[in-house]
Write a new protein. Structure first.
Length: 289
């Protein structure tokens, strides 16, 4: 983006020295203010010999978009105040407002783009591209959930650290996800690929817990949430096995609560994991204080 503007030397000085850090810091974060004021100082330095009424050619940086828009409205206001009695220099103000409007439009576009990125907009991807993206993402997600479990302080008996190997596939139809103890976790990811066309992702669960909100089924527009949920489900099995094994000597009852594959013990672990990685975003009302 290339937007240039002519602005009076005295107004650059006003923004830098009078309005200054305190003025901008009302609306913008510290680091951004400092960065913007540095840029402003540089422009002023480069035009050292200019007189207050001289017009300085300024090249506006995309990096400071929102701050520049704000700064221009300050300059417009300042100019109006200065000229209240002597008749407004309307051409100057109109010029500034035109640039500010142009910048606002760009700013909106940039904001929209970053919003759709955050909203995990993958609608433009082909099935193959999406599979590639999932393949990258699932490894990070897996590591996150595994680290969380290994550091989790909520277990009655903390099991020894585990590191099951992750395998995954996009085979349609017969493939199911499973955890083989603490050795291997296998994830079957083709259903999430199929949901790309709908733009909504469904997360399937077993009948016995399907309607149990914090560990049940859900539909979401965030494609990462079902990946997290599935990883939480299978790694909960691995931690269930680890507890069953490691707690036997210290807390037999706790160890035995981990006997059933989808029993109460496992459900508790799965819920703790889901709360951390899925439910906070899916059901924010559950976490309102
Ligand atoms: Zn299971």
């Amino acid at each position: 983006m290339d937007i240039e503007l002519q602005i009076k030397k005295k107004h650059l000085d006003y923004l830098r020295f009078d309005f200054g850090y305190d003025g901008f810091n009302q609306l913008f974060r510290q680091m951004r203010c400092i960065s913007f004021l540095r840029w402003l100082s540089k422009v002023i330095r480069e035009n050292k010999g200019a007189e207050p009424e001289d017009l300085i050619q300024v090249e506006l940086s995309e990096h400071h978009l929102d701050m520049v828009v704000h700064a221009l409205s300050i300059v417009t206001y300042q100019t109006l105040c200065e000229t209240l009695s002597s008749g407004a220099s309307s051409e100057y103000i109109e010029g500034i407002e035109a640039v500010a409007n142009k910048l606002r439009a760009v700013e909106d576009k940039v904001r929209q783009e970053s919003l759709s990125e955050q909203g995990n907009n993958v609608g433009h991807l082909t099935r193959e591209q999406f599979a590639k993206l999932i393949a990258e993402e699932i490894q990070q997600i897996y590591q996150e959930v595994l680290d969380f479990g290994n550091n989790f302080s909520g277990f009655k008996v903390k099991p020894k650290e585990i590191a099951p190997k992750l395998v995954f596939n996009f085979k349609a139809g017969t493939s199911v996800s499973f955890a083989r103890g603490t050795q291997v976790v296998s994830l079957s990811l083709s259903p999430f690929l199929d949901d790309l066309e709908r733009g909504k992702w469904f997360y399937w669960e077993y009948k016995s817990i399907r309607a149990n909100k914090p560990i049940g089924e859900f539909t979401t527009q965030n494609w990462k949430l079902p990946l997290y949920a599935l990883t939480c489900h299978e790694l909960a099995h691995s931690f269930q096995m680890a507890i069953q094994r490691d707690a036997r000597m210290v807390d037999l009852e706790y160890a035995q609560s981990m006997d059933k594959p989808h029993g109460k013990g496992w459900q508790g672990i799965y819920k703790d994991f889901r709360d951390q990685f899925v439910n906070r975003e899916l059901y924010p009302e559950m976490f309102a204080n």
